[in-house]
Design a protein around this ligand. Structure first.
Ligand code: SF4
Length: 343
């Protein structure tokens, strides 16, 4: 092990129970070897409530640390090793524009319920809490979309259009009942004639990584690896999801590989750090696990062992992730609604 590994291990021991480190599956192995809990967005959000630690260090992208800060108990400090590790998809839905678009949609007299994928800023989640909506993850998008559709006349799903369409396909919501919105000029370009009849109003965002997977990658792999099973994340386009053998959250992908029989050949369409880890984990059982295409998230990669060590060296003085009282209160409402509905 390296000097950096030893340093972080010593610092963790020094803090003891006062420190908890959480890490997302897309983090590099060098970072994940230091975490107390590893998981997807939903699993990590669930962890926050039970944590007594005074300092919570979140190894993931910024919106995840914000969610942790919203769910933290009073006095608990949430930190991220590098605050510029943001999610490009979350950045595609700035709160001001979301509020304008929601207002424009509600001008038609319809009760439009906002439902934000967890990959969104705390301000956007706060708008969801404020306007009767909630939050979802890729694990519970179906349950949450069904719930949101029952709360009003239509749902504004944001920011991931692929997850919106894939989830709508799961519940057989006809394409004629969906509308991808033109969000330019603060909602002034919305086609209100169409919006009035749509039950699912879709924000046109996408994940910079998963959107790069194409149907031809699935077809090429099937030719190159006869018998391969292809599983993908629902942030991939509906064309890719249709071409695959299965689609689901990172937890689903992990379970799929674990449950596959020995000798299985599996291509996984998600971030490469996770796929490489699954390949190494199941190699001894003769499973051949490969990435559908080797893509890493450059933003997740901004969290490094060096930055984690630097944060821990200075933890007492480091400014924690901080949200305004309003944003904390309303984003907490949205997050707690989800945790309650999906309990
Ligand atoms: S993998 Fe996609 S959704 Fe996840 S942090 Fe990177 S850009 Fe955002």
């Amino acid at each position: 092990m390296s000097a950096l590994f030893d340093r972080i291990t010593a610092l963790r021991a020094q803090y003891g129970d006062r420190l908890a480190i959480l890490g997302h599956h897309y983090q590099a192995d060098e970072v994940l070897r230091h975490v107390d809990f590893q998981g997807d967005s939903l699993e990590l959000a669930r962890r926050i409530e039970g944590l007594a630690a005074e300092h919570v260090v979140f190894c993931g992208v910024y919106f995840m640390a914000e969610s942790a800060a919203a769910l933290a108990r009073p006095g608990q400090k949430v930190h991220i090793p590098f605050s510029e590790a943001t999610c490009p998809m979350a950045d595609m839905a700035p709160a001001g524009r979301v509020e304008d678009v929601l207002a424009a949609l509600r001008e038609d007299g319809r009760l439009v319920i906002p439902l934000a994928y967890v990959n969104s800023s705390a301000e956007v989640k706060a708008l969801c809490g404020l306007y009767g909506g909630s939050v979802c993850t890729s694990s519970n998008a179906r349950v949450m979309l069904e719930w949101a559709l029952q709360q009003g006349d239509a749902v504004l799903f944001l920011p991931d259009k692929n997850l919106a369409h894939n989830t709508a396909n799961q519940i057989n919501l006809d394409a004629t009942e969906r509308l991808e919105l033109d969000i330019r000029q603060g909602g002034q370009r919305i086609d209100h004639k169409k919006a009035q009849y749509a039950r699912l109003l879709i924000w046109p965002g996408a994940c910079a990584i998963h959107h790069q997977f194409k149907k031809r990658h699935v077809e090429d792999l099937r030719r190159a690896m006869p018998g391969v099973r292809v599983v993908v994340h629902p942030e991939c386009s509906p064309r890719v999801v249709r071409a695959a053998d299965g689609a689901g959250s990172t937890s689903y992908l992990i379970r799929y590989c674990a449950d596959a029989p020995s000798g299985a050949r599996i291509a996984v369409g998600t971030e490469c750090n996770l796929v490489n880890r699954l390949a190494a984990r199941h190699k001894a059982q003769g499973k051949q696990i490969v990435p559908l295409k080797p893509l890493t998230c450059s933003n997740m990669a901004k969290i490094t062992e060096e930055r984690l060590a630097a944060l821990l060296e200075n933890l007492e003085a480091a400014p924690p992730v901080s949200l305004s009282t309003d944003v904390t209160e309303h984003s907490r409402v949205a997050l707690e609604r989800m945790l309650r509905i999906c309990a």
